[in-house]
Design a protein around this ligand. Structure first.
Ligand code: IVH
Length: 685
């Protein structure tokens, strides 16, 4: 039933309005205090809309504590100053277990107590401290901590925070009470807020704490109202009324009044239990919805708290046990490129050493060029570094306002910083690779292991351990040195008695007899696996032909795309690689000659041009077939062309062929020719 339409008289309206307010406040409590909502956001919005519309019709029933009145008041010119009745204290910090034990010692000696102290342990929330004044249960004033004695009056803003009740629930409310706690923004809401701001062309906030502080100190409360601010109560200021005996019970009372308190609050016996709590909270840290920069231990008994009192700015009855800071600022000293075992280049920022997340960090990976350019990190930049848990340190932001004027964007390296070989970055790929696979010191251990592996050159007895040893002892520098090793070079190295040395030299020698595909695979050309090596060998038949092939020629081979073609081309162009290959061949590596010497291929010297489309094969397949038989395929017809293969819908090439008197073949004739020769070739081979 639509409740609204059935209400006509002011008495009915007043009842419904009151019921709606109670219902809304019950759902606020379920959501913010219990973290256990019963209804969806849409259902909540419907209740809210109904209340608003009733209040519009019966304006005299609107009260200041109605949830519809959270955003009220105009834009202010500045915030008024508020004097705190009781100063808002700060907390002493402990960074080590020793600090915490010393705190416990001080507490016990001041209280003259031998027995274990009961503590209330809570998360240390990383937001903005506020003071809320409630009189007879009504929210009267909200203020910031300021210098601890004077804060700013942010009542209008505080009223917009849905987690803060405008009226406390329950009986026996104190005549006046100052409730202190933290306003903060949950991580997930922070991400969403920043996305919204950036979409609207505004600057995002650096972290949730800044976002909370910035949102709370808006002169226009309507803006604050749009920010996803939360509140957790954790302390008390001045109070006229009776209070419970302990901090733990105080927090429970707050919850009954409808004020959210932080999760994971525990009452603990003795300081050792506090240290265990600290470790538990570190483990939970990443699962918490909000930022937490430590935990707080408070002497639980409020009487003991009064006895202990405070010194200067901090109470003697509490201490903050801080987590190692996860974020810190530092300066980028240099940016260099590290070369991985597989030849991938990774930009790395060398940093002014800084203590973050519990360790000293002096470098951070920038992952790849795209990432580097996206973050636009430059030498000399001041950056925000983050290291959470065991995660590798990461640069999360650059402080652009302090960038040195001469700082230049980082250029992509053209040569490998380790070996000087060319660096290739393929279109559409993020990774940059050094093409000196065989010679690059960064890659060679892995390159040699690959070279020696069973499916490559199959050198028995040459595993990674031995390769590492030979490299360390400088017995070899690259794969070609293997074939010049003598027993004497090995004897005496760990694990190399004379028989072992002899066995290795023999197995190296016997690997010399191989096949072209194995050899090509062994070279470790990026993206060239066994199947590609087979295709290359089949197509080029001889190594020199492959080594001088252009990327365009390579692309015409079955299964070879532009990326592989570029890697193959670049690999064979690299002079280090060519030298090593030459040394390998000089050492006697060999394979059976191709089935037919190249000069005797049946279509050797014949020039073909293709026009129109063939039914039985693609243009590339036709080109492959001609090339396999030694023929050449060109693009344009000249008097030197021997055959023009004419498919359906031929272009102007057919006219030109006729004009020049060049022989033409239709699809049938072409197939006859290649199949006939191929059969002949196979029979011979
Ligand atoms: S109690 C007299 N409890 O940390 C004690 N403070 O570094 C007053 N804070 O100004 C504060 N979590 O803004 C208390 N569970 C917690 C807290 C907490 C965060 C803040 C508070 C305080 C600051 C001191």
């Amino acid at each position: 039933m639509n409740q609204e339409s059935s209400i006509i008289d002011p008495t009915g309206a007043a009842q419904r309005i009151s019921a709606l307010r109670q219902e809304i406040s019950r759902h606020d409590r379920l959501y913010y205090v219990e973290s256990n909502p019963e209804i969806t956001d849409e259902e909540y919005d419907r209740l809210f809309a109904e209340l608003r519309s009733l209040e519009q019709r019966f304006a005299h029933l609107v009260t200041a504590d109605s949830p519809t009145q959270r955003v009220a008041g105009a834009v202010q010119a500045s915030f008024a100053t508020v004097q705190h009745r009781i100063p808002m204290l700060s907390l002493d910090n402990a960074f080590t277990d020793q600090d915490v034990l010393a705190f416990d010692q001080r507490v016990r000696s001041r209280l003259g107590q031998q027995a274990a102290i009961v503590y209330c342990a809570e998360p240390k929330l990383d937001g903005v401290a506020v003071n809320l004044l409630y009189e007879s249960g009504n929210l009267i004033q909200g203020s910031t901590r300021g210098d601890g004695f004077h804060g700013e009056d942010i009542t209008a803003n505080v009223r917009t925070i849905a987690a803060i009740p405008l009226r406390l629930s329950g009986e026996d409310l104190p005549a006046a009470i100052e409730i202190r706690g933290e306003v903060l923004i949950f991580e997930r809401d922070f991400e969403r807020l920043n996305a919204q701001l950036e979409k609207a062309g505004q600057r995002g906030f650096v972290n949730p704490r800044n976002a909370a502080s910035g949102s709370l100190r808006q002169l226009n409360p309507a803006i604050t109202a749009q920010r996803p601010l939360r509140f957790f109560a954790y302390a008390i200021g001045a109070c006229q009324g009776t209070l419970p005996e302990t901090q733990f019970e105080l927090l429970q009372l707050y919850r009954r009044w409808g004020l959210p308190t932080a999760p994971q609050v525990e009452r603990l016996h003795g300081i050792e239990a506090c240290l265990a709590y600290y470790r538990r909270m570190i483990a939970l840290r990443d699962t918490m919805p909000f930022a937490m920069d430590g935990v707080v231990y408070k002497v639980d008994s409020l009487d003991s708290q009064r006895i202990l009192g405070a010194i200067s700015r901090a109470p003697r009855w509490a201490i903050a046990h801080k987590f190692a800071a996860e974020e810190a600022q530092t300066v980028v000293r240099n940016i260099w490129f590290s070369v991985g075992r597989s030849g991938t280049l990774t930009p790395v920022a060398q940093l002014e050493p800084v203590f973050v997340g519990g360790v000293t960090v002096s470098s951070a990976t920038l992952h790849n060029m795209d990432e580097l350019h996206r973050k636009d990190v430059r030498i000399g930049d001041r950056v925000v570094l983050r290291r959470a848990g065991d995660v590798i340190p990461e640069i999360v932001a650059v402080r652009l306002n302090t960038r040195p004027p001469q700082a230049e964007p980082i250029q992509e390296p053209k040569v490998c910083p380790v070996c000087g070989s060319a660096v290739i970055r393929l279109e559409g790929e993020v990774a940059m690779r050094c093409e000196g696979a065989l010679s690059c010191p960064a890659q060679r251990q892995r390159a040699i292991a690959h070279f020696a592996s069973r499916e490559a050159m199959h050198i028995d007895g040459l595993g990674e351990k031995r390769i590492q040893l030979l490299l360390e002892k400088k017995v070899i520098e690259d794969v070609s040195d293997l074939y010049y090793l003598r027993c004497e070079d090995l004897v005496g190295l760990p694990g190399f008695a004379r028989p072992a040395a002899r066995r290795l030299v023999e197995s190296i020698a016997s690997s010399k007899a191989t096949t072209l595909p194995r050899f090509l695979y062994a070279l470790g050309i990026p993206m060239v696996g066994k199947a590609t090596a087979e295709s290359l060998a089949e197509h080029f038949r001889e190594l020199p032909a492959l080594m001088s092939a252009t990327p365009t020629q390579l692309e015409h081979i079955r299964d070879i795309g532009p990326a592989v073609a570029r890697h193959i081309g670049a690999f064979f162009q690299e002079s280090h690689n060519r030298q090593i290959i030459q040394r390998l061949l000089d050492a006697g590596i060999h394979w059976p000659p191709p089935a037919l010497p190249i000069g005797t291929l049946p279509l050797h010297g014949k020039r073909f041009v293709l026009t129109g489309s063939l039914d039985s094969m693609t243009r590339r397949q036709a080109t492959d077939a001609i090339r396999r038989l030694g023929g050449d395929v060109g693009d344009s017809i000249s008097p030197k062309t021997d055959f023009v293969v004419v498919g359906s819908d031929p272009g102007s090439k057919l006219e030109r062929a006729k004009a020049l008197g060049v022989a033409t073949l239709d699809e049938h004739g072409f197939l006859d020719m290649v199949q006939h020769i191929h059969g002949h070739n196979m029979a011979e081979g």
